[in-house]
Write a protein that binds this ligand. Sequence first.
Ligand SMILES: Cc1cc2nc3c(=O)[nH]c(=O)nc-3n(C[C@H](O)[C@H](O)[C@H](O)COP(=O)(O)OP(=O)(O)OC[C@H]3O[C@@H](n4cnc5c(N)ncnc54)[C@H](O)[C@@H]3O)c2cc1C
Length: 500
Amino acid sequence: MRWCKLLRALPGSVHKAAGGRSAALQPRSFNSSSHNHKDLFQDFESQVKAFREKLSVMTPGSDWSPITLTKGLPPERADIVIVGGGVIGWSIAYWLKKKERVREGVRVLLVEKDPTYSQASTVLSAGGIRQQFSLKENIQLSMASVDFMKNINNHLGVLNQDPIDLQFNHSGYLFLASEDVAHIMEENHVTQRELGAKVILLSPAQLKERFPWINTDGIALASYGLENEGWFDPWTLLNAFRCKAMSMGVYQCFGEVTGFRCSTQKAETVDGEDVNVKRIKYVNVRMPNSLEYQPVECAVVVNAAGAASGKIAEMLGIGHGPKDTVAGLSLPVEPRKRYVYVVHCPDGPGLECPFLIDYSGFYVRREGLGGNYITGKSPEETEEPDVSNLEVDHTFFHEKVWPLLCHRAPPFECLKVSGAWAGFYDYNSFDQNGIVGVHPLVNNMFFATGFSGHGLQQSPAVGRAVAELILDGGFQTIDLSAFDFRRILYQEPVRERNIV
Ligand SMILES: Cc1cc2nc3c(=O)[nH]c(=O)nc-3n(C[C@H](O)[C@H](O)[C@H](O)COP(=O)(O)OP(=O)(O)OC[C@H]3O[C@@H](n4cnc5c(N)ncnc54)[C@H](O)[C@@H]3O)c2cc1C
């Protein structure tokens, strides 16, 4: 795309940003050198400046009147509205409050449409956490998150309530590589070790010695996590974030975000494309079982709607412009259905079972101590299932998962499927990694979405990063500028190498 090349030359562009200062709040223009072109971010910059000034003078008991709440309705205004009450949304809410705790003035409202969380990715996930990624950002996010989880009661414990028990099962991930990709596993291993992850490489003989029940045919190399990997209960993490954030003053509202009211400013890209830069003024929240909606006035919106975040972006016209223009560029996050099968296998490896990920694509891990396991596999691009419901395809297990599982781990030849469920990945179809930052044409909506198969485990660190972006104007701890939306503008995918 022509404009991608031109945008690359922008001053303050995310990829060139120094010292991890990001993304959203830096002075930027699409073409600052020409007097004809306007600074797309000028309006936003001044508003954010005013917002921060307000924060800096705000103390408890200052002139801010308390919000008057009508039962069941959201407040009429809030500083920051978070759309989506999954683990990402609640983590952001917690960190926003944690960071501005001394001032206690920022009104954070979280809007969740489904109090039962019946389709939320968080509660339907496999609950895994690992350090074995190839991108340094993903490794750092997971390392910071596991550290958070190990000390969860220090972070999220609430006075006079039972301690939080994440039911963390410490168990390494075991990745298996074939000959053609073993070199990538070695390279990834170097990156992981450099960042402090405790991961070892195993030859086929070492693998056999450690896991005698694994068939090593076709395996050239394996990578095994010694520490800080395993799985935990997703609902407990979500609920812990939620309870803590609410105890710190975050408002929760059950309702559906159905649209936005925006102000619009005309601008022009360096390519001469006329664009409308929007700024959200109101979020429309429709109350459950009602056609009525309440507009909520706000300064900043966070799109943490998981698999539905592409739809939320569409409500703002993102992606509705002509193809190959900035305005035509949608948020590439969509639901992708993934099946999880629960199998009972009395002769299985039991406690010896790691979170095994085979190069053929299937995974298996222990579930409890009673001979149960969960297993699954992402379908090929051409066989992606219908996403209009969460029905499970049992044939997929018999035809696509079980043969691979038996081949690699023969004890699983004898098993019984005792249950199954399906959930939606918040799938980033561009490069399957998180998108964290603003869209250039809606400059007060922050994205925190698209984490595909690893959003749960990264949620503690992602929430902190988004709070930094909003309150500090840039990343302070882990530099996530590589995950900014602009990589989509530049058509520069940031992909994991040979890792799910
Ligand atoms: C089968 C499966 C296995 C997985 N395994 C793992 C794993 O092992 N490890 C890992 O780290 N990750 C895993 N994931 C991915 C992980 O679950 C997600 O990346 C993560 O939960 C995303 O969290 P979220 O808060 O963004 O989304 P969600 O949990 O989906 O929350 C988004 C919320 O937004 C709400 N919402 C949507 N639209 C609106 C609206 N208009 N108004 C108000 N609210 C709205 C939804 O109701 C929902 O509750 C898995 C996912 C699946 C499906």
